[in-house]
Design a protein around this ligand. Structure first.
Ligand SMILES: Nc1ncnc2c1ncn2[C@@H]1O[C@H](COP(=O)(O)OP(=O)(O)OP(=O)(O)O)[C@@H](O)[C@H]1O
Ligand SMILES: CCCC(=O)O
Length: 368
């Protein structure tokens, strides 16, 4: 039987760019990174205000490339800081749009993904989806306990890429994702280490608001008492403190750049501070992987390293030297988020999976 062909537009808004792709079934026929000038973006007070500008840029690009959007079957965007939900493909609905607009759990460029997907799809009378947004929450109750009753650990991570890479590993190993125990480490601007037990991410560090390893631009876990003292020192505004954690933490804080390629060059030229900081990032990532292996009681089928930093061969070797006794270390540099968005939409269009409804009433999230 001939497979029906679906054409899907996928949209992945990042802090400085919007990545778009057009797929005929699983096959990419067009991909482009639309870079946005920071001066232009800074003219908008809030990320959400960039909506119209980004949407128009996408439509103009498709038009220039001769892609007729009336032939699309669906539009799929990277979803944002929504209410906690389980992984999967979700139909964009009014409640989701409202939460994305107001930034239910904060402001993030990916909040624009679902909104733009919806607006384009609505005008064409076709479905709009989001897949595995950053708030996918499959964490066990025990993992949410922080130590301060009014603070709950939260699941905010690179769910889209982590799940896509995990499925790819499963297929390479001729197993189902649900049969495997994996530790998936996404190492990009932010770094998240996910404990994937039988197809669910039962524990993960919050990669946005401070826990886990430090990253190219984020602080990760810092000594809490010292942080409180800094907050009340009278020297900093709230926004300045937040920036120390996200944006100006990690490599940016110590070395003035979020570019690991530049840091590698500094190390090669004999810069000892750069060598120490870069090694410390590898060390912290390895420690997080070690604690993830404890969550799995040592039953780990593979450790997976992915994201931009995974291109750094020496960096990967350094991390591996701490943890390769736990399980095989598989390396998938970069991210495959556009493909993952297209495949998530396809699973629903082909009725292999039912689109999930947002918000998902099955989610139980207790705060004690
Ligand atoms: N060939 C390379 N060798 C070493 N590091 C690299 C290489 N290519 C990219 N990187 C580094 O990877 C980091 C960016 O990773 P990535 O592109 O996955 O992040 P992002 O998409 O901006 O953020 P996130 O993945 O957190 O959403 C940067 O520090 C960049 O310098
Ligand atoms: C951790 C969520 C994705 C990001 O790094 O912004």
């Amino acid at each position: 039987m001939e497979l029906k062909e679906y054409r899907i537009l996928v949209i992945n808004p990042g802090s400085t760019s919007t990545k778009i792709g057009v797929f005929d079934n699983e096959r990419s026929i067009f991909e482009k990174t639309l870079r946005h000038d920071s001066e232009k973006l800074n003219t908008y007070p809030h990320i959400i205000d960039q909506y119209d500008f980004r949407k128009q840029t996408i439509l103009e690009t498709l038009d220039q490339e001769g892609i007729n959007i009336s032939k699309l079957s669906a539009v799929c965007g990277r979803g944002g800081l929504l209410r906690p939900i389980e992984g999967g493909t979700y139909t964009v609905n009014d409640q989701m749009i409202e939460d994305l607009r107001k930034g239910f759990a904060g402001q993030h460029a990916s909040n624009l993904g679902g909104i733009i997907a919806f607006e384009i799809a609505d005008a064409l009378n076709i479905p709009a989806f989001i897949v595995d947004p950053v708030v996918v929450d499959e964490m066990e109750e025990i993992a949410k306990i922080s130590g301060v009753p009014s603070i709950q650990r939260r699941s905010i991570f690179h769910a889209l890429n982590q799940k896509a890479v995990a499925r790819r590993v499963a297929s390479d190993l001729n197993k189902r994702y649900e049969e495997l125990n994996l530790i998936v480490t996404h190492m990009g601007g932010g770094i998240t280490v996910g404990v994937h037990r039988n197809g669910r991410v039962i524990d993960v560090n919050n990669g946005l608001h401070g826990d886990g390893p430090f990253s190219p631009e984020r602080a990760g876990t810092v000594p809490a008492g010292d942080l409180v003292s800094m907050c009340y020192s009278g020297e900093y505004f709230r926004e300045e403190m937040m920036k120390k954690l996200v944006g100006q933490g990690g490599l940016v804080g110590y070395l003035g750049t979020n570019d690991a390629i530049k840091v590698e060059k500094m190390v090669e030229s004999g810069d000892q501070k750069a060598a120490l900081i870069y090694s410390a990032m590898a060390y912290q990532i390895a420690k997080e992987i070690g604690s993830a292996s404890a969550v799995l009681k040592g039953k780990v089928d593979a450790i997976v390293l992915t994201g931009g930093l995974a291109y750094g061969k020496k960096f990967v070797k350094e991390i591996s030297s701490y943890i390769d006794w736990i399980a095989d270390v598989l390396v998938f540099p970069g991210e495959n988020e556009l493909q993952a968005l297209a495949e998530g939409a396809l699973r629903v269009l082909r009725n292999e999976e039912e689109a999930k409804h947002y918000p998902n009433e099955k989610m139980v999230s207790k705060v004690f």
